[in-house]
Design a protein around this ligand. Structure first.
Ligand code: CO8
Length: 258
């Protein structure tokens, strides 16, 4: 194994950037990588200076799945004892918005990781799927649930039961990705989106993220109640006063995160 870090990090203003860096195995997600990723995201979540996280893969692959070599010989009991989904749960609980910059393969656990992100920017080269069926298993990190909620039962069954890959255009048409961008701009456009979000009020961003995610977790009536509470809470922030005040005064707002 090389000594290259498996996650590359940098900061761009209020955006914390993480790039998955296992190109030889198409960014397959092994245990160590998921552990590091969850830890980094929690650090960013606790850091008021980070308003948006940008998670990128490489040009050829966002991530081609969980690392098959990591689990090929394990029994059901050994798999469950590993408790590897704990890392995924930690990522699910991150309150800071996560922008995904997706180019190339987003398969299996890679597609599931993409669906843990909030705003998904896909290159026109993206190929997205849950091909676990081809290797004798099925999605395990939320694929059957989140994919179905995003694209509906008919297409989810097609993807999960046949293992076929969706093109970026199909994924956008069915609501699985937010935007498709030309191949040469997949990273720069994603960074631009993250930067634009980072100029907004960070508390409002977190509350809005939580509320949208609630819509998938709760009955509509409960989700609406929770949305109302989160909405009211924002009226105790300086950013709300600044944002609305600036609008009325016809100037650009400056958000401080208070
Ligand atoms: N795991 C480990 N290694 C991989 C993976 C993977 N998921 N995907 C690709 N690689 C490796 C290949 O073995 C190959 O290595 P080497 O050069 O040493 O032979 C290298 O990456 C390049 O891959 P290919 O030569 O196969 O490249 P191709 O362009 O011919 O094909 C594909 C690209 C179509 C993406 C092909 O590599 C492929 O089908 N990969 C596997 C896709 C897959 O089945 N993903 C699902 C994995 S299972 C899963 O994700 C379950 C999630 C459960 C929850 C998560 C729990 C942690």
């Amino acid at each position: 194994m090389s000594d290259e870090p498996i996650l590359l990090t940098e900061r761009d203003g209020h955006v914390a950037i993480v790039r998955i860096n296992r190109p030889k195995v198409l960014n397959a997600l092994n245990l160590e990588l998921m552990e590091q990723l969850a830890g980094l995201f929690e650090e960013y979540d606790a850091d008021d200076d980070v308003r948006v996280i940008l998670l990128a893969g490489g040009e050829r692959a966002w991530a081609a799945g969980a690392d098959i070599g990591d689990m090929a010989t394990l029994s059901a009991e050994e798999m469950s004892k590993r408790d590897q989904f704990a890392q995924w749960e930690r990522i699910k609980n991150i309150r800071t918005p996560i922008v995904a910059a997706v180019s190339g393969f987003a398969l299996g656990g890679g597609c599931e990781l993409m669906m843990h992100c909030d705003v998904i920017i896909a290159s026109e080269t993206a190929r997205i799927g849950q091909p676990e069926i081809n290797i004798g298993v099925m999605p395990g990190a939320g694929g059957t649930q989140r994919l179905t909620r995003a694209v509906g039962k008919a297409l989810a069954m097609d993807v999960v039961l046949t293992g076929r890959f969706l093109t970026a255009a199909e994924a956008e048409r069915h609501g699985l990705v937010s935007r498709v961008v030309p191949r040469e701009h997949w990273y720069s456009e994603s960074l631009k989106v993250a930067q634009a979000m980072a100029a907004l009020g960070p508390i409002a961003l977190k509350n809005a993220k939580e509320s949208v995610l609630n819509s998938e977790e709760q009955f509509l009536s409960d989700g609406l109640k929770r949305e109302r509470r989160l909405f009211y809470d924002l009226f105790d922030t300086e950013d709300q006063k600044e944002g609305m005040g600036a609008f009325l005064e016809k100037r650009k707002p400056t958000f401080t995160g208070r």
